[in-house]
Write a protein that binds this ligand. Structure first.
Ligand code: SAM
Length: 207
């Protein structure tokens, strides 16, 4: 089995998917709560973990379908067990090898894309999965400007693609996205990197 999926299976079985829900929640919720999403949108979360963002988004009346994919079987098992609405769908699959004809209005991903090394082909797949004018919201705490998080490569011991904010944006533009970025910090957090740099959201629109 893929080393990344194997590690996240262990995390899912030891309560760490809920730790991520809490740990990522402060900046991600701040970010998501400010988005104005169009009527009748379809949503995809890549690397959805225990599905907390899929559940949150599927509660919006204007969301007609919310799909979560994750390459970890155990993460998807957790997500399915927490389902709140019929709009939610969960699937065990790798982004890169997922065969689907479906296209989405909104794609989201938090702390997932950089496990595809290098990221370019995964990002090209995201571009394909979007409808015209669709938007990809990609959150990352792991980027080289946020220097206190760069040691995670050693701690995790799985492939991770470290880029700077500038490189992230360039990669998005090269794939064809109209690109911007935003930092969301967590002012009261005890971790210095969350207070000073926070989560980088790279936002790509398929014009
Ligand atoms: C750090 S966790 C983040 C989970 C969730 N987004 C959250 O914020 O709680 C990364 C997740 O992405 C999944 N993942 C990594 N690479 C993936 C890929 N190429 N395709 C599908 N899932 C992937 C992992 O299995 C893991 O569950």
């Amino acid at each position: 089995m893929d080393k990344t999926a194997k590690l996240f299976d262990v995390w899912a079985n030891t309560g760490r998917s809920e730790d991520m829900e809490k740990g990522h929640g402060t900046t991600v919720n701040q970010f998501l709560d400010k988005l104005s999403l169009k009527e009748n949108f379809t949503f995809l979360d890549i690397g959805c973990g225990n599905g907390w963002v899929v559940r949150k988004i599927s509660q919006k009346p204007s969301c007609i379908k919310a799909v979560g994919i994750d390459k970890s079987k155990m993460m998807i098992k957790n997500a399915k067990s927490k389902t709140l609405s019929e709009k939610e769908n969960y699937l065990v699959t790798d982004l890169e090898t997922w065969h689907t004809k479906e296209k989405f209005d909104v794609i989201f991903s938090m702390e997932s894309l950089y496990y595809s090394v290098p990221m370019e082909s995964a990002l090209a797949k995201v571009f394909k999965l979007l409808k015209k004018n669709g938007v990809f919201y990609c959150g990352t705490d792991f980027y080289s400007d946020n220097h206190l998080t760069t040691r995670w490569v050693k701690d995790m011991n799985i492939p991770m693609d470290l880029r700077s904010e500038k490189e992230w944006k360039k990669m998005f533009r090269n794939v064809g996205f109209v690109t911007r970025s935003k930092h969301v910090i967590d002012q009261k957090n005890k971790s210095k990197w969350k207070r000073e740099f926070g989560t980088l959201f790279v936002i790509g629109r398929k014009a």
